[in-house]
Design a protein around this ligand. Sequence first.
Ligand code: 13P
Length: 275
Amino acid sequence: MTLAALGPVLRAANAEGRAVGGLVCLGWEDARAYAHAAQTLDVPVILQAGPSCRDHTPLPVLGAMFRSLAADVDVDVVAHLDHGYTAEDCRAAIDAGFTSIMFDGSKLPLADNIAQTRAIADMAHDAGISCEGEIGFVGYAAGAESHGTDPEEAARFAAEAGVDAMAISVGNVHLQTGPGAGLDEARIADIAARTDVPLVIHGGSGVPNAQRAHLARTTPVAKFNIGTELRQAFGAALRAAVAADPDRFDRVQILRDTHEPMMQAATRALKSLQG
Ligand code: 13P
């Protein structure tokens, strides 16, 4: 059993100049490939259940699935709730056996974001698990615009919200399907100079591999959330598997063909974070 909480995994990553993949899971096939890729590389991994994953599959099923995968490998596996929007979301994840919860109060005024995050971080710590918060707003490639993190607000959030990890908005955008413009390294340095809480980059797809490695090596950025590039790999693998044999109808046989491409995609993503 290598189930781990987020805090110690990220602090070790910062100390060693690397970052950990917060890999977006949508089901068994991708989550299994992520855990096995991490095992092959001998690196930790964060299996994340975000809102669309939870819409599709009940949280207790996801908690049990992540815990089962953790029991199967020798590397640290964090079972993480991504973008919990209410205390109830977060409580349900604790009850389902998750070892880390993210409370996303990024749309709230600063004082409310701090107060609500603090209460949820206390709840997480009482349960022996970790909590990630977000300051500044990370927008969407074809949707809501980002509001970059103000370094002074980040310093206050880090000091008062009691989180184990702090997600920041520094040029990152969710759902990029191709290479993006890269992150604002000056703003990251300004934030990093004011806190020692490990930093998280949401919207990791589209961040150039060289920049991921550089930030992992030289800054307290300790977690990159990566979803879209892995979902693209899964979609392509599934389409190819279906097209390969028009007579094949058994979904287990079809899905088996996604394993190797997902191992390769996860391996590429995790390697890019090793500094
Ligand atoms: P991408 O899908 O843009 O990689 O973002 C993932 C993410 O930030 C999940 O919280």
